[in-house]
Every structure is written in C-alpha cells, then in structure tokens.
Design a binder for this molecule. Sequence first.
Ligand SMILES: [Zn+2]
Length: 343
Amino acid sequence: MFGGLLNVSFNNHNEQPEIAGQLQRSLKRGRLAHAYLFHGPRGSNREAMARTLAKALNCLKNTHDCCDACDSCRRIDAGVHPDVYWVRPESKSRRITIEQIREFENAVNLKPSLGRVKVGVLVDADCLGEEASNAFLKTLEEPPAQTIIILLTAEPQRLLPTILSRCLRISFGPRDERTVSPYRAQLAPLLAKFTTADGQRVVNAYQLLAGLTAALRQIQNEIRQRVEAEMNLDRYEELEPKVREKLNDQMEARIEGEYRAAREQVLEELYAWFGDMLICVTGANDELLAHPEQAGTLRAMASRLSYPQAEANVDAIERIRDAFARSISESLALEVGLLKLSQ
Ligand SMILES: [Zn+2]
C-alpha cells in the first residue's frame, strides 16, 4: 500500500541525511513551514521522509524524532492515524479530484484528535487537475492552524506557480542533478562581494540587501515585459471595460505567480551559498560544495565563523523563505533576515 520505507527516523535516513537534518533543525526550533514541496525522482525517499516528519511531530516518546514504537508512530506507519491524512491519485484516471481535495480540506481543518499536529500529504501532487488545483490553492493561502501540508512530486514544473510559491521546496534529487538556480551567475558577484567585504557588518548587510532588491526588481520587470508581450492585451481594441478588467486581472495574477516562483529560485541560490559556507566551516571536502569554483571565497568567510554562526546563517535564509511563503512583506523579510547574518 505504501511507497518508501517504514520505521525510519530522522537519525537513520541514510540516503538524505542533509534533508533529515534540515527538517529536524526546523522542528527543534519550532519553525517548520506550513507547506513543503518534496520533489525529486521516483524512489527518492520523499514519501518516507514525509512519514518520518509526521511521526516526529506526533511521537509520544520523543520530541524531535520518532521512536517507531509508540502507539502514534505505529498508527502512522500503518496508515491509520486520524491526524495524518494521505491523498493519492485515483487509480484509474491518475488524477487527484476536486472531491478528494474537498475531503482533504475538511480533514486538515479539524483540530488534531490524537496527536499534536495534523499532517496532510499529497502524493503525486502533479496529478492535481485545474479545478482541484484552484481549490487546493485556497487551503494553502489560508493554512489551518497546527497543520503541515506536504506535497510530493517528481514533476514540480507541472504544478501551478501560485502553488509552488507557497511551499518551501526541498529537492530529493542526487546532489549533482539538483536544479541549479537560473540566477546563480547573476547573484554570484553580489554574494562574493558580501563574503569577502571587510567593511562594517551592518553596511555590508545593507549592501547585500540593496543588491538583492535591485536584482529582484530587474527580474520582476523582465517577467512583466515578457508576459505583457505574450498576452498582448492591446490587440483587442474594442473590449468591454469589464472584460478588459478581467483579462488584466488574469495577467497580473500570472505575473505575480511567475515572480514568486523566480524569487524562490533566488532564495534557493542564497540557501545554496550559505549552505556551502556551513560545509566549509565543518572542514569538509570541496566536492560537497554546490559552488566548488567559489571555494576560496567561501572559505575566507568560513574561517571567521563558528559552526553555530554558520548554521544560524542558513537558518536566517530559511526564515526568509518561510516568510515569503506566508506572504510577509518582501522588503521586511529580506531586511530582517540579512541583518541577522554573521560575517
Ligand atoms: Zn513514537
């Protein structure tokens, strides 16, 4: 009935120790995101990781991992825990239907009955049809309290950008196949400058903030120009004002959706950069770095940081992503997050 392994705790997710570590850190600090997207090829442990998180959140014995032995852990492994709700595509149509999403919504909106936190998992979330996607988006926009939603997919590109942008994305692919942010080259000089600057800490943080803000505005303008050209609303000269207004709204929604997805990729690159710095602080081999070509630059700052500082930096970037996913003001989230960075 289930894909993936049972009886796996965070401490023995041997294939994905970094992801298990990241989720466990967030759990310890009480800072899990409301919604996650676990993406990666089939057979990459996404489902087992979702189950481990559900167990750890509700385990009766342990607080930051699962014991795999208590009543709660065993119920979750058996798929019969009332607070852990799984949705899978219907076998015939390979679709997740709107009826399933309505049931899901009802289930996650109830208070936990046995456990502490409700967990809703959408297996193969790319099988959401259009109608079901829109219904699901409403749940994501107003996430129920004490609930964590996890989407699993091998094909994230098939999900609506507005859904993607509201989830914290975690890649389960092999390290060298993980998607490189398309903004890596654009952001590299900015990050390298921040990492090697020897000026005042606050000045340096504000320079990074100004550079990132400018890059985001440029990305947003490019998206706007491209979408406006593609939709070309000016070609309809004699549109009724109401129809024009509706088309305009659709266009603005598309621009916003695409921008949020792009901004997530910018954050992905920051996350990779400060993740690399954490790896450097541990003294690990350059082979593990996402930016092996920047090893020298990264090590310059890493040599000044303690492990907790480097870990807190990764955490600060995670907080920005979390704030974006919850639609907190972009400039505020960036300023608060970047000023926290140890240098
Ligand atoms: Zn347990």
